[in-house]
Write a protein that binds this ligand. Structure first.
Ligand code: FAD
Length: 290
């Protein structure tokens, strides 16, 4: 099933994101995570692609196949193109087709240290256009409520997002954010720009101070005072910080749903405990059966 078809339901879409295990861990270590996430019956699970160069692409595709075949849950394979060629993308598209994986998150990605970028695809929009011309796979893309780090302004970033959607991206997943007002402002501008595809809100539950500092330095998400106070108060108490992080994510989701969000994409960090707590906390709000 294509992800766009999921937005016909009378409730927001609920999806999870996982990453392949690091090279030092066996691929099977993801099985435990998936066994638990599978019980939460999200609408789909997406699998990252070589983030920080940790995994080969076949891991992403293997995990997507498993999610679909073993758990009967739709999956979405992330694919970055900054180091890809048309030939390498053709091979991946063929593999996805063989394994009945019907959704891709088309990304530019970031240059991996020590690797030369390729020239076939400069932006995610180039990859989206190429995939659409070659296959009938569903194509999703990323978006940035607080502006992508390389863009000079929100206006420029949204104009580029429009190019991406016009190139064939049918659904967007947002970068994480902690201030819902940033997301609402963004959505208003996106709609004014004539971008009418569903946009899922990316929610990252905070599990440790270190994790959040790393994520914020990577993506520049702003931290509302309410959030910073929680971090300061509980930074040396991991259990309390975890509980507070779960409660904060639930609070964000309730507000998003009340404001008519198309869907919620939870960055699970391969932590099924947190995914379960959040899913149980919002199941009636989202109208999602667990
Ligand atoms: P693009 O859409 O190409 O945008 C990148 C920059 O170029 C932006 O500043 C944009 O304004 C500009 N731009 C875009 N199109 C044009 C154009 N046509 N002309 C001129 N400028 C343009 N990274 C991974 O390595 N693996 C993953 O699995 C992964 N998953 C992600 C999932 C989500 C939901 C998100 C939000 C990000 C993910 N990333 C992942 C990170 C992502 O690869 C980086 O944020 C990367 O810097 C940008 O990728 P993009 O696809 O958004 O790029």
């Amino acid at each position: 099933m294509k992800i766009t078809e999921m937005f016909n339901k009378n409730r927001p879409v609920l999806s999870f994101e996982v990453f392949p295990p690091k090279k030092t861990s066996p691929i099977e270590s993801i099985s435990e995570v998936l066994d638990e996430l599978g019980q939460l019956k999200p609408d789909f699970i997406s699998v990252t692609y070589g983030a920080a160069g940790n995994a080969a692409n076949t891991d992403t595709i293997d995990i997507c196949e498993k999610i679909k075949k073993k758990y009967g849950i739709e999956s979405m394979a992330h694919l970055t193109c900054v180091h890809a060629t048309r030939e390498s993308v053709d091979i991946i598209l063929e593999d996805l087709k063989k394994r009945d994986i019907t959704n891709i998150l088309a990304l530019r990605g970031d240059i991996v240290e020590g690797m030369e970028p390729q020239k076939d695809f400069l932006h995610a929009s180039d990859l989206a256009e190429y995939i659409k011309a070659k296959s009938d796979i569903g194509v999703s893309g990323a978006c940035y409520p607080e502006v992508h780090m390389e863009a000079d302004s929100m206006r420029e970033d949204i104009a580029n997002l429009k190019i991406k959607v016009d190139a064939g991206v049918e659904h967007l997943v947002s970068q994480l954010f902690f201030d819902n007002n940033c997301f609402y402002d963004f959505i208003e501008k996106v709609r004014i720009a004539g971008i009418n595809v569903p946009v899922e809100a990316g929610i990252m539950p905070v599990t440790s101070k270190k994790q959040i500092e790393r994520m914020v330095s990577m993506c520049g998400a702003s931290l509302p005072a309410k959030f910073s106070k929680v971090m300061q108060r509980f930074e040396n108490n991991p259990e309390a910080l975890r509980d507070a992080g779960i409660a904060y994510a639930i609070d964000q989701i309730i507000d998003l749903v009340a404001n008519g969000v198309d869907g919620v994409h939870i960055y699970t960090m391969n932590n099924p405990y947190i995914a379960r707590k959040i899913s149980e906390g919002v199941k009636n709000v989202i109208g999602h059966d667990i």
